[in-house]
Design a protein around this ligand. Structure first.
Ligand code: 13P
Ligand code: SF4
Length: 316
């Protein structure tokens, strides 16, 4: 527990300096965590920031697979995650043992995995991708190359459609992006006809089919800054709306409604991190992400391949 009158923003600022620490945060984090972050970004941006940082301590305000990626890229640094239980339904939908058998059933296939997977799945992968580079990475491969895409079937379907490929898809999905109701979105659109619908490619096909723009969280944010529309219906986790509103205060952002009255378009895993937990983890330097070196080395290869391809293909 922390003292009630403690100014957590000030305390975190001082601890960062004292420990030469950096806070990397994903857009789906609580707004106060976004406000104290040194770097805020999508999965690709965060992986690059983790690769480049010169800090001794990395506090990863995101979920477990993201902190794992930071650790894989920085074996000698201390990587902290405010709540070690911050997992991911998509990563959990791909158990390594089952995936290994799936891979064995499809020999001669290259494995491309979305970064939202465990280090064990990364170790079974040839190239990692994120939603901002998946299409270009797939397009860079020879047409006849057989591919397994894991773990997100929705992103996989979308990339198959965009590229005309026929990648074999692992049957995984994100609980947050599958909850949007097309019916409710169309109702909102009818009530706000000038609003643009923007969606993350983890959404299901019918939602993507009505979207004016599809992209990663950074892609969606940039679109709302550049596009002339004044209203946007946002089909992704609600955390990103904080940055959209800060960047375009004159515009209106409406969260796409879920298929019932729950707040399920808030990711329960991302939202496990709080400012208080972030302060405590920086102060006590725990919980720390520890990884076995043999696993780290295997998982590092496909991440490095992705980072290299992102440069070669002009994505970053
Ligand atoms: P991006 O930020 O890379 O678009 O990923 C979204 C996501 O689901 C992270 O968990
Ligand atoms: Fe995982 Fe979905 Fe949450 Fe992203 S939003 S961390 S994919 S459960």
């Amino acid at each position: 527990m922390v003292k009630k009158d403690l100014d957590l923003f000030e305390e975190i600022k001082n601890l960062k300096k004292e420990k030469n620490a950096v806070i990397l945060a994903h857009y789906y984090q609580n707004t106060d965590i976004q406000d104290v972050a040194d770097y805020l970004g999508d999965s690709l941006g965060l992986a690059i920031a983790a690769q480049k940082t010169e800090a001794d301590v990395i506090v990863f305000a995101g979920v477990h697979f993201m902190a794992e990626t930071a650790k894989i890229l920085n074996p000698s640094k201390k990587v902290l995650l405010p709540d070690l239980k911050a997992g991911c339904s998509l990563a959990d939908s791909c158990p390594p043992n089952e995936f290994k058998l799936f891979k064995e059933k499809h020999p001669n296939h290259l494995v491309i995995s979305y970064i939202n997977c465990s280090a064990e799945i990364k170790a079974l992968t040839d190239i990692i991708c994120t939603s901002s580079n998946a299409q270009k990475i797939v397009e860079s491969l020879p047409k006849e190359q057989k591919i397994i895409f894991a773990p997100d079937k929705n992103l996989g379907k979308y990339i198959n459609k965009q590229t005309g490929r026929n990648m074999i898809l692992w049957d995984g999905s994100c609980m947050v992006h599958e909850i949007f109701s097309l019916k409710q979105i169309m109702k909102l659109k009818a009530a706000n006809p000038t609003a643009k619908i923007i969606a993350h490619p983890e959404c299901e096909e019918p939602v993507l089919a009505v979207a004016d723009f599809i992209g990663s969280t950074t892609g969606l944010l940039n679109y709302t800054i550049k596009d002339s529309a004044m209203e946007f219906i946002v089909a992704t986790e609600t955390g990103i709306i904080h940055q959209m509103q800060l960047k375009s205060p004159q515009k209106t952002f409406i969260p796409a409604p879920p298929n019932n009255n729950c707040a399920c378009n808030d990711c329960p895993h991302m939202k496990l991190n709080t400012l208080e937990k972030l302060y405590l983890c920086l102060k006590n330097e725990t919980p720390e992400l520890i990884m076995e070196e043999s696993l780290r080395l295997k998982a590092e290869k496909p991440i490095k391949k992705m980072l290299q391809l992102s440069i070669e293909l002009g994505i970053v």
